[in-house]
Design a protein around this ligand. Structure first.
Ligand code: C2O
Ligand code: CU
Length: 557
């Protein structure tokens, strides 16, 4: 665990306090096509004049390009890790196979290249990408590894929504950062200054018309409450997984870590040259919400107060501006409760804050070697998330998008009624969501669910699940090929094999030339094969159980 650095660069904040809104808001470049080259760099960036900060960035020095994907596209990623350490790239919100999901098991070592390919199945939405390294996600995201993903589809294209990137449609990546005396970032849960798309003290020129801001909370822990400084109303049109049924009129929206909300603001009545601010209403957070007044890192001047995110300067309208707000957006067909296959309960529990405590899910800390849940493909499930701990947590699950069916026993808030992959829970709250685990199975590579407070995630407030084919037959007498889990695979010192049944089994490990490397027998459902003395590489494990054989590929690292 990194120690908090107390030598904060106070001069930066003296500068920033005097010179607000002097920097044009950085709009990340876009990448489109079918092959996407991404490189994680170990580099530096100047957030403030004459101050150099060590950073990580995708293709640049801080954050990464916005990836432009269409539903139905096949995309090929060529990711090269130029960091001095292992990383992964996780496609947050994307419905992709677990081996392409970039979770902590998909190690991309320093210098290595990872080339996942997948079909874009998600609906129009903004997702994002960031590292997901075991116990090292927060430091890598903190240093700058994160980027936006825009997904387009034909349904959205038929709506008259602002959609020209960087003209009337903007990604707004909200983060907070503290700087040490040498200009470097402190690895701080609740930092003391704001970066929007990596820009401090930012202003953004917006045309005098309806514009779309795609808000993403990419911070370590802080919850933002987006609003305008004049309290004007705006429309929420989309949540994590895409468009809502209809625009929702409000004057503030809470955006917790990992969440996305897209808003429309109508500037057509403004005078050109007018300014306003997008702010975070930190004063509306409960004391024990991340960013509330009662947080232990109470030194942060942003805790519990309202503060600006960036300034908006109204400029002349574009040639064909979007005027008006659609009255309805898309149709949602929520899975029926009568079709639910099973219910799971996840308790976000413990007493703690950031760098200490015993925050867990169901009392269990994350363990790379332990599968917490096994789910059958095409199961419709209800998950009930209880926050019984002493602070707030954003719960996130990979693979799927879900519908909240109740929050504290009530119907979900209108802006939370669309598809989501993160849900924020205050102390004492509970939420039930319904989802379907469609499309992908993998007997050995799991998906994650976790608290998206990156400190909590790194400290083990995370679990993992496999999605597998539902076995046919009874557990004592299974038919042909059912499922066998091998864990971990690749393995370093051993493979744990789980057959889920204790029939007498002989097993043979052969190399790719067919030479027998090891053999054994077991009468247990679960057994271990040590890999001592076996050269690194790929092998075939063949299980023979009552004359029925099953072969699986295993890798020794
Ligand atoms: Cu945004 Cu498991 O992550
Ligand atoms: Cu948490």
């Amino acid at each position: 665990m990194r120690k908090l650095c107390l030598f904060v660069l106070s001069s930066v904040f003296a500068i920033s306090a005097q010179a607000q809104f002097v920097n044009p808001l950085y709009i990340p470049p876009t990448l489109s096509g079918d092959t996407f080259y991404l490189t994680a760099n170990d580099t530096t960036h100047q957030f403030y004049t004459n101050i150099t900060t060590n950073t990580f960035g995708y293709n640049g020095s801080y954050l990464g390009p916005t990836l432009m994907w269409n539903q139905g596209d096949s995309v090929h990623i060529v990711f090269n890790n130029q960091l001095p350490e292992e990383t992964t790239v996780h496609w947050h919100g994307l419905h992709v196979a677990p081996e392409h999901d970039g979770g902590p098991h998909t190690h991309v070592m320093a210098g290595a290249t990872w080339t996942p390919s997948f079909l874009i199945r998600n609906a129009a939405s903004m997702c994002w990408y960031h590292p997901h390294v075991h116990e090292n996600t927060m430091p890598q995201v903190n240093l700058g590894l994160a980027g936006a993903i825009y997904i387009y589809d034909t349904i959205e294209a038929q709506l008259n929504l602002p959609g020209t990137y960087g003209v009337d449609d903007f990604p707004i990546i909200m983060q907070d950062r503290t700087y040490a005396g040498n200009g470097d970032f402190v690895f701080d849960a609740l930092a003391d200054s704001v970066l929007i798309n990596g820009t401090p003290n930012a202003y953004l020129n917006l045309p005098q018309q309806v514009v779309r801001l795609r808000l993403l909370n990419g911070s370590n822990a802080r919850t933002f409450v987006a609003a305008f400084n004049d309290n004007r109303y705006f429309y929420v049109i989309a949540s994590d997984g895409g468009l809502l049924t209809q625009p929702y009129l409000t004057n503030s929206i809470k955006v917790a870590n990992g969440e996305r909300y897209e808003i429309l603001v109508d500037l057509s009545g403004e005078t050109i040259g007018n300014t306003l601010q997008l702010i975070s209403k930190g004063s509306t957070l409960a004391n024990n919400e991340a960013g509330g007044a009662g947080m232990p890192n109470g030194q942060s001047p942003l805790n519990g107060v309202d503060f600006p995110l960036f300034e908006i300067r109204v400029t002349a309208p574009t040639a064909n501006p979007v005027v008006g707000i659609p009255t309805s957006l898309i149709t949602h067909n929520i899975w029926s409760i009568t079709n639910v296959d099973r219910t799971r309960i996840k308790n976000m529990q413990g007493q703690g804050m950031f760098d200490m405590g015993n925050l867990t899910i169901n009392g269990i800390l994350f363990d790379m070697m332990v599968i917490n849940d096994t789910i059958y493909r095409d199961n419709i499930e209800i998950w009930r998330i209880n926050n019984t701990s002493n602070i707030s947590h954003p719960f996130h699950i990979h693979d799927i998008q879900f519908y909240i069916i109740s929050r504290n026993g009530q119907a979900p808030l209108a802006y939370e009624a669309g598809l989501k992959d993160v849900v924020h829970l205050k102390q004492g709250e509970y939420v039930e969501f319904i989802t379907k685990f469609e499309t992908f199975t993998n007997d050995s590579v799991p998906y994650m669910y976790h608290c998206h407070n990156l400190h909590h995630e790194d400290m083990g407030m995370m679990g993992q699940f496999l999605v597998i084919e539902e076995p046919t037959g009874t557990l004592d007498n299974l038919g042909n090929r059912t499922f066998t889990q091998i864990y971990p695979n690749p393995g370093t010192s051993l493979w744990q094999v789980n057959k889920f049944r204790n029939n007498y089994t002989t097993w043979t490990l052969t190399d790719l030339q067919g030479r027998v490397v090891k053999t054994g027998t077991t009468a247990e459902a679960t057994f271990q094969i040590t890999t001592e003395g076996i050269p690194a590489g790929m092998y075939v494990l063949t299980l023979n159980e009552n004359g029925q054989t099953q072969s699986l590929k295993v890798i020794k690292r």
